[in-house]
Design a protein around this ligand. Sequence first.
Ligand SMILES: [Zn+2]
Length: 247
Amino acid sequence: MRDTELLRGLLRVEDPWDVTESMLDLERSRVDVRLEWKGPGRCPSCGRECPKHDHRERTWRDLDLCGDQLFFHALVPRVDCAEHAVVTVAIPWSAGRSEFTERFERITIALIREMSVAAVSRRMAVSWDQVDAIMMRAVERGRTRQQPRLVRNLGIDEKAIKKGHRYFTLVADLDAGVVLFVGHGRKRATIDAFWAGLSREQLAAVEGVAMDMWQPYFRFDHGLRSRRSEQDRLRSFSRDGISYEGR
Ligand SMILES: [Zn+2]
């Protein structure tokens, strides 16, 4: 098996993208992979085949490969669609202008739940500003994302990117260990934005909420309890210094 073929499978690269080149630099502990769009241009919105307009060279950092930093490089085509004008072709491994792959961002967000921003920055070898940018993009995704599944136990954490300056609120499914929502700030309104995105059925499914006893969340928790008072299903327990409010 050729190295490009192996990487194509390993990195989950799919048609029309292909891995055409790879380079291992042991001294710098990094792997560089070149990806290429094969075949005709295609509009990402309507899927129609359309003429290529121009290209832009882009680089993304992916999750480390056996301890070596991994980078994707690609000349990304823009196509001229009769309906959607000049647009960039679909890039399945990354969204928007991010310099990281979605995999990388997802793991970074998951780590932010477990450790301080400074620790995440060291562990993932990214700057605080890059962590900040990853959080901001997650906020955007959180704002538009639907929550189709039912979650029983939620964890709410606040994270400071710069103490006293910029805060984020993360909501996680504690049973699945998955971050569901990232909100900008740490106010009651931040959490309200999460609840507003849930259906009645999803709200009714929530049995426990774990959070630090920071005041706005605490006040919110009272709101949740009164909203759910007739259901009488919230429980109260405590674990690892985190309080679960309810009855
Ligand atoms: Zn189109």
